[in-house]
Design a protein. Structure first.
Length: 205
């Protein structure tokens, strides 16, 4: 585990921080997307502002994408929960066109083998429960990163699970609350997710 920087005056971003931009993709962020998250297009401007701040400070910017095969038990038609979304290579899996995808970013694709890809750090097979790494933890450790800042979609799923995994793995973690939106299958799911993250020590910005 990398040593943590505990200084109270630590800036919002530095070279040991990674901004993780979670799943700002067409199927989630476009109103015509197959799994549109209400209000998702409203976060593009604040997310881009965070990307600019992170890059100016020399922080790493990580971009995650759901990237599913056409057939997977993750999808409702194949026995799972969700409508078909973010099929690898399809337009819905691409980043929202207004998102600033910075040169030199680190890219993580989740669910490529049909897994449930809620966390940027790990995926879980929906049938046998096997968990495997996405490689993000190793990539951050190689860069001597000890803190992650989260923005993107969706608060109550991929942002939440990424934050919980980050804490479990020993990172400091924060969420930019103006730069996330929730699915809210049940009213208040997003707020409950933020509360859970805060209870686990994740900073709310």
């Amino acid at each position: 585990m990398v040593d943590r920087i505990r200084a109270a005056t630590r800036p919002a971003y530095d070279t040991r921080t990674a901004l993780v931009v979670v799943d700002v993709q067409q199927d989630f962020a476009d109103p015509a997307g197959s799994l549109y998250v209400k209000g998702a297009e409203e976060i593009i401007v604040p997310v881009n502002a965070e990307i600019a701040r992170a890059r100016e400070a020399g922080a790493t910017v990580v971009y995650t994408q759901d990237w599913h095969p056409a057939t997977t038990p993750h999808f409702a038609r194949d026995g799972g929960t969700w409508p078909v979304h973010c099929v690898g290579g399809a337009p819905g899996a691409e980043f929202h066109p207004a998102l600033h995808v910075a040169d030199g970013g680190l890219f993580i694709r989740k669910g490529t083998g049909g897994e449930d890809g809620y966390s940027a750090f790990s995926v879980r097979h929906p049938e046998d429960g096997e968990v495997s790494s996405t490689g993000l933890d190793d990539a951050l450790l190689e860069r001597d990163i000890d803190r992650v800042v989260l923005a993107g979609l969706a608060t109550d799923y991929c942002v939440k699970e990424t934050g919980l995994d980050a804490v479990r793995l020993g990172y400091e973690a924060a969420v930019v609350t103006a730069a996330v939106r929730a699915v809210d299958l049940q009213p208040g799911d997003g707020e409950r997710a933020l509360h859970t993250l805060a209870e686990h020590g994740v900073e709310m910005r």
